[in-house]
Write a protein of this length. Sequence first.
Length: 232
Amino acid sequence: MKLKNYRYPAILSLIVMAAWACNKSGDDAPVVGATSKLNVINAVTDIRAIDFYLNGVRQNTNSAIYLFNASGYNTVLTGEQQYQFKNDTLERAILADIKLNPAKADSSYTMILAGQQSKNNLATIFMSDYFPSDTSTKARVRFVQASPGTTSYDIFVGDTLSFKNQAYKAFTSFQKVGAGKKTVKVNVAGTTNNVFTGTIVLQKNSFYTVYTAGQQGGTGTNALGVSANLSR
């Protein structure tokens, strides 16, 4: 028994020394993986709000993401990770369970969840956010076609900017357009058949994600429309 009593402190000392050798400062911060930023837009037109989870942990902790709104940029791990998107109800029904890959550290990404839960046609549109820097006083706009089951569209923003023949899930880079109140028109691609007309207000030196949602012939929130979210 005496041998065991004497050997225990010796073994404990070896363990402490080994731990000290691995962490010489004794108070080093734990290793944290590289991170990116992810912004989530809710374009699911038949539910009120969504939440999103990374590896089982809810990310938008301040508020649910309401229809036609965005989460703002949340810090997420860089590289391929498992994400879940759930209906913000007591049941927390899973809307999508997918892998996303914010591949580059210290970069920004946006994902739109689109479609209708009742039609079982939910889909994600994932894009990298590249914000060009210049001294222009114009706004910058990119377009995302987030209307499932619809034809391709031509989109006109004001009198100078247009995005032609945009199929479902297509998205563009940011393009310059004058600031102020702008008329947005959506036509069936290659025709003068106008299926939506509305207005948005753009601030100078700002970046906007403009996207279609809903469907032609839909009613209420499911009707075809255009929304604009400030990206930066």
